[in-house]
Ligand binder design. Structure first.
Ligand SMILES: [Zn+2]
Length: 405
C-alpha cells in the first residue's frame, strides 16, 4: 500500500472550497446549484484520472467503481458536496476526497469485491424540503419520482434543476437492492467536541440519532405592558420561556439533546405583552424509545404549562426521523483498521443525521469520525488538523480492504 498523499488531500479540499466561497469565508453550495455542479465536476475529473468507471444516477448521485476480482456485491464509501449556507470546508467533502485518498493508498492491492465511491446529492436539505436525498433514493426510502417532484422556495422543481446540473448522458437507476451492496462506510468530521476533548483519533459510529421536530404556538393575550397587573396577564412568551427551560431539564435527565432555535414573538412591541409565540423544537436521541420519551415529555410539559398559565396551545409534529443503528461487523472493521494504523479509537453515536442513516436500511453500515477543532461545524470556523484528516483516510483505507476482502 502507498502512504496517504497529504498534499493532494489538502489540495483537493482547498480546490473544492473555492466553489461557493463567500465574503465571510463560508462555503455555500446548495443542492444542484452551479457551485454544487462545479464541485461535482472537479471530483468526477479526479475519479476518471484514478481509472474509475464513473456513472451518475437518476437523482444526481455520482457512483465511481473500482473493479474487484469478482463482480459481486460492492463495498461503498462516500459523502456529499452540498453545504449549509455559509458552511465549512470539511462537512461532506472530506468523505469524498478522503475516499479518493484512501483508494490511492490501496493502490495496486486487489480486492475480492468492487469498491464504489459515491457522491450523495442534496444531503443538507438547505434547498429542497428534505435532506439526505441521494441516500434516500439509493435505499428506496423515497421514490425517485417523489424526489424529482420536490420544489425549492423559489418554485424550481428538482427534476428541472437536475436537467441543467450535469451533462453526462443517460443515468443509471438510483435504487440499489440489499444483495447489490456488501457494506457502506462514510468518513466524516465529528462536528462535536468529544474526540478532541478525549484526545482520541478515530470515532467508530454505532448509531445515528433520530429526530423529532414540533411546531408549537402559545396563544395568550396581547395587552398594555404598563397598565396590566402581573396577575391579570396571559403572557405567551413567559409560557414559552418556561417550556424551553423544561426542555433543557428533560433532555439533560434523559441524556438526549433538545433545542428551541426558532421563536417568533407577536405582536413584537417593546411595550406590549406578547400575545402569541410560534416556536419549533428539535429533539434528538440515538434510540427510538428515548426519542419517544423526550417527545412525550415535551408535549406533556407543553400542556401543563398552558393549563397553569391559561395560555392556549396548538402543536403539530413537523417531522420524525427514526434513529439508525450501525452494523457490528462494519463497526468492528473500523476498530480493527484503527488498531492496524496504531490509532486510538472509541465507539460513539452521531447526533447529526448523515447519509449512512439510509444506507443502513439496505446494508451493514458505519461511519468513521475524525476530531473537529473546537467541536465546530456548519460554520466557516469548521476545521480539523491535517494529521487527523490523514488518520481518517488511513483508517478508511484499512476498513475498505477489510470489508472488500
Ligand atoms: Zn455532512
Amino acid at each position: 500500500m502507498n502512504p496517504i498523499n497529504q498534499r493532494r488531500l489538502l489540495d483537493d479540499l482547498e480546490a473544492l472550497s473555492h466553489f461557493g466561497r463567500g465574503a465571510d469565508g463560508g462555503i455555500t453550495r446548495r443542492a444542484l446549484s452551479r457551485e454544487d455542479a462545479d464541485a461535482r465536476k472537479y471530483v468526477m475529473t479526479r475519479m476518471r484520472a484514478l481509472g474509475f468507471d464513473v456513472k451518475h444516477d437518476e437523482v444526481g448521485n455520482v457512483r465511481a467503481r473500482r473493479a474487484g476480482r469478482k463482480a459481486g456485491p460492492v463495498v461503498m464509501t462516500g459523502s456529499h458536496l452540498d453545504t449549509v449556507p455559509s458552511g465549512g470546508t470539511l462537512d461532506g467533502p472530506l468523505g469524498v476526497v478522503g475516499a479518493l485518498a484512501a483508494i490511492e493508498m490501496i493502490g495496486e492491492v486487489k480486492t475480492e469485491r468492487p469498491i464504489e465511491v459515491v457522491v450523495f446529492v442534496g444531503e443538507e436539505g438547505s434547498r429542497f424540503r428534505r435532506g439526505t436525498i441521494g441516500s434516500a433514493a439509493i435505499s428506496g426510502h423515497v421514490s425517485v419520482s417523489d424526489i424529482l417532484k420536490l420544489v425549492d422556495p423559489d418554485g424550481v422543481v428538482y427534476g428541472d434543476a437536475l436537467a441543467t446540473y450535469g451533462d453526462e448522458g443517460s443515468p443509471i437507476p438510483a435504487k440499489l437492492a440489499s444483495e447489490e451492496v456488501h457494506a457502506f462506510v462514510e468518513l466524516h468530521v465529528e462536528q462535536g467536541g468529544v474526540l478532541e476533548t478525549e484526545k482520541i483519533a478515530i470515532g467508530a459510529v454505532t448509531a445515528i440519532a433520530g429526530l423529532s421536530q414540533r411546531q408549537v404556538s402559545f396563544l395568550g393575550e396581547a395587552n398594555h405592558a404598563g397598565a396590566t397587573p402581573m396577575d391579570l396577564r396571559r403572557d405567551a412568551l413567559a409560557a414559552a420561556a418556561a417550556w424551553i427551560l423544561s426542555i433543557e431539564k428533560g433532555a439533560r435527565e434523559l441524556g438526549v439533546v433538545g433545542t428551541v432555535g426558532k421563536l417568533e414573538v407577536l405582536p413584537g412591541g417593546k411595550n406590549i405583552i406578547p400575545g402569541r409565540v410560534n416556536a419549533i423544537c428539535d429533539l434528538r436521541a440515538p434510540q427510538a424509545e428515548l426519542l419517544s420519551a423526550i417527545d412525550a415529555f415535551v408535549v406533556s410539559s407543553l400542556h401543563g404549562i398552558g393549563d397553569a398559565r391559561e395560555v392556549e396551545i396548538e402543536q403539530s409534529l413537523l417531522q420524525r426521523v427514526e434513529p439508525g443503528l450501525m452494523d457490528e461487523r462494519a463497526i468492528s472493521a473500523v476498530e480493527r483498521a484503527a488498531a492496524a494504523a496504531g490509532l486510538s479509537c472509541r465507539r460513539m453515536t452521531s447526533g447529526a443525521i448523515h447519509d449512512a442513516l439510509h444506507m443502513a436500511e439496505i446494508c451493514p453500515s458505519t461511519m468513521i469520525f475524525v476530531p473537529s477543532r473546537g467541536g465546530k461545524s456548519h460554520c466557516p470556523d469548521e476545521d480539523t488538523a491535517p494529521e487527523d484528516l490523514v488518520n481518517g483516510c488511513v483508517t478508511l483505507a484499512h476498513t475498505l480492504i477489510d470489508l472488500a476482502g
